[in-house]
Design a protein around this ligand. Structure first.
Ligand SMILES: Cc1cc2nc3c(=O)[nH]c(=O)nc-3n(C[C@H](O)[C@H](O)[C@H](O)COP(=O)(O)OP(=O)(O)OC[C@H]3O[C@@H](n4cnc5c(N)ncnc54)[C@H](O)[C@@H]3O)c2cc1C
Length: 554
């Protein structure tokens, strides 16, 4: 990157930046993409993992946003069928609820209409009996009925990674663990950045006539380097994952918390269900945000109110994650090019282009608009034609070149892979699953599970190191596989063996191995900090009733 001439530097490889880099590379723009952590390690691996039309925006009368998100939902299901899959949601309505059965019926009709009736399936209204047949563990008292509607679920860090890989396949340069410390200015215009390789400490200058700031909740920090004012209001959202057998939910469930009336979700994820999310003002820097005991109590109490037999306790929490929503401060930015209330693309006086706000669901269209701006700028600078059109609506993401995942599953089964593992590999890698199966067949040591009792196999680690640019233990356990979130104990017992395997692949010496282990243990400790807080402060969690109205904060 420091050597080659570039057209565009993209700072931040979350869904937004990775989407920009891929679209730009596909339009022939010489692009470099960097992230100070792993690809997708920011907000884009800490979401509710939903690609949603935005049911709640209906209450805000934001039809345009719902229409756009519904279109993106369709596109993503088509270009990444392995990473974005349909999920059915039940929405129970209880006596006295803010959203009545009739309001829900009208809203869901509109939701389907704004997707041009081309969502996975149309919604169905259900009576009390129908709802309880579908979800018998739900609290019966006060239940009036409800509805079933559809929104896809996704693998958020792998969706981001697929964009990074797509960018790379179209000629972009991409590096994780490279941090921007300073913007390079010439004649008052940003002309690249001074960057540090976080893993080695080396510094370099990356030069480019156009720079895009796609650093999500960190955007104000990069804007400050260009002398621009803060534009974001960050709010914190936490999730907890618990064994699904404890909640006994069959489908995803949309709830309104009896504590504060906020809409939240309980969503299946393999043998787990995750509950989320909280929404509180963030009082810390994005690097220091953690799940607190209070977050966990709020989520468990809310879920317990609707699944009364589950009696979830903090000990049931297998893992928790937290992210910051990069929301725009209202009316702080008056940019004529602002394109929607949800995200803004701002060109500052130094020419820095900041892509701010938005959500995972709409990353592709946000990226398309941003690259249109980049092209206009490049055209002004060097006279190149600005009419190269985005192809990301139709071109599948890496792994997405497959119409029917069942064929991949059948192929893997023919190679002797169990049905469950075949399904897991097809979902994780799409059309690239056979590469992982081949690795496992070439070396029987790699065919076994990384953590006993969990699906991911060791061949996935090697694949992650060779083909997916994993360079730390956390990359492997948190984002290339999800064992950090799925395995009780976060895979710590297996960590030394994984470090040995990675050391063989990447040539780590003893010091690097020790550093990797220490760094991972630190990540685990940080993610589990809420346990210590709760042990000190809490005994048992009482279950509020869904009709109980506002409850005092726990
Ligand atoms: C709790 C929660 C739940 C959500 N659920 C959903 C959902 O279900 N569906 C949905 O559509 N949206 C959801 N969202 C919103 C969505 O997750 C975000 O809008 C989206 O992930 C933001 O992506 P991004 O690329 O802008 O930012 P990020 O993913 O945060 O990426 C920014 C990147 O910039 C990097 N960076 C920062 N500073 C520097 C620097 N100096 N040098 C280099 N790199 C740097 C960071 O390391 C980071 O990786 C949710 C958000 C939250 C917080």
């Amino acid at each position: 990157m420091a050597r080659d001439p570039l057209d565009l530097l993209v700072i931040g490889a979350g869904s937004a930046g990775a989407g920009v880099a891929r679209d730009a590379a596909m339009r022939g723009i010489r692009t470099a993409l960097i992230d100070k952590g792993d690809f997708g390690s920011g907000t884009s691996s800490r979401s509710s993992r939903l690609i949603h039309g935005g049911l709640r925006y209906l209450e805000l009368y934001d039809w345009k946003l719902v229409f756009e998100a519904s279109r993106e939902r369709r596109i993503l299901l088509r270009i990444a069928p392995h990473l974005v899959w349909p999920r059915s949601f039940l929405f129970p309505v209880y006596a006295g609820a803010r959203v009545s059965w009739w309001k829900l019926a009208a809203g869901l009709w509109l939701y389907d209409a704004l997707s041009l009736f081309r969502n996975v399936k149309r919604h169905q209204m259900l009576g009390k009996r129908g709802l309880l047949r579908a979800e018998p563990a739900l609290r019966e008292r006060g239940l009036k009925g409800g509805a079933r509607y559809f929104d896809p679920q996704c693998d958020d860090p792998r969706l981001t990674l697929a964009n990074v890989r797509g960018a790379y396949q179209h000629g972009a340069l991409a590096a994780n663990y490279v941090r921007v410390d300073r913007l390079e200015l010439a004649d008052g215009q940003v002309r690249g950045a001074r960057v540090t390789d976080v893993l080695t400490g080396e510094t370099h200058t990356v030069r480019s006539p156009v720079t895009v700031n796609a650093t999500g909740p960190w955007s104000d920090g990069i804007r400050a380097l260009a002398g621009e004012p803060a534009a974001l209001r960050l709010t914190k959202g936490a999730h907890v994952a618990v064994p699904r057998e404890r909640l006994r939910n069959r489908e995803a469930v949309t709830l309104t918390s009896p504590i504060d009336g906020r809409v939240m979700f309980v969503v299946p994820w393999g043998a787990l269900s995750y509950i989320g999310t909280t929404d509180t003002d963030a009082e810390v820097e994005p690097d220091n945000v953690t799940v607190t005991g209070e977050d966990v109590v709020y989520l468990l109490r809310s879920a317990n109110a609707f699944f009364p037999d589950s009696r979830l306790q903090p000990e049931d929490v297998v893992s928790a994650w937290v992210g910051l929503r990069p929301l725009l401060k209202p009316d702080d930015l008056r940019d004529p090019g602002a394109v929607s209330r949800e995200h803004r693309i701002v060109e500052g006086p130094t020419g820095l282009i900041s892509l701010m706000g938005g959500k995972l669901t709409t990353y592709r269209s946000m990226a398309e608009e941003t690259v249109n701006r980049v092209l206009e700028r490049l055209s002004r600078l060097d006279g190149r034609p600005a009419n190269a059109r985005s192809r990301t609506r139709t071109e599948p993401l890496p792994g997405g070149e497959v119409r029917d995942l069942a064929l991949l599953v059948a192929d893997a089964k023919r190679e002797g892979v169990s049905a469950e593992l075949a399904e897991h590999l097809a979902r994780t890698y799409g059309s690239e699953a056979p590469a992982v199966v081949r690795l496992a067949r070439s070396n029987p040591d790699l065919a076994g599970p990384i953590v006993p009792g969990h699906l991911p196999i060791k061949a996935q680690l090697v694949h992650g190191l060779r083909r997916e640019m994993a360079v730390t233990l956390g990359d492997l356990l948190i984002r290339r596989t999800h064992l950090f979130h799925e395995a009780p104990g976060h895979g710590v017992a297996q960590a030394p063996a994984i470090v040995d395997l990675a050391a063989e692949e990447l040539g780590w010496d003893a010091a690097r191995k020790a550093a990797e282990l220490a760094r991972y243990l630190d990540e685990v400790r940080q993610a589990a900090g809420f346990r210590t807080q709760l042990r000190e402060r809490l005994r048992k969690i009482p279950a509020p009733s869904p009709e109980g109205g506002a409850e005092p904060a726990p």
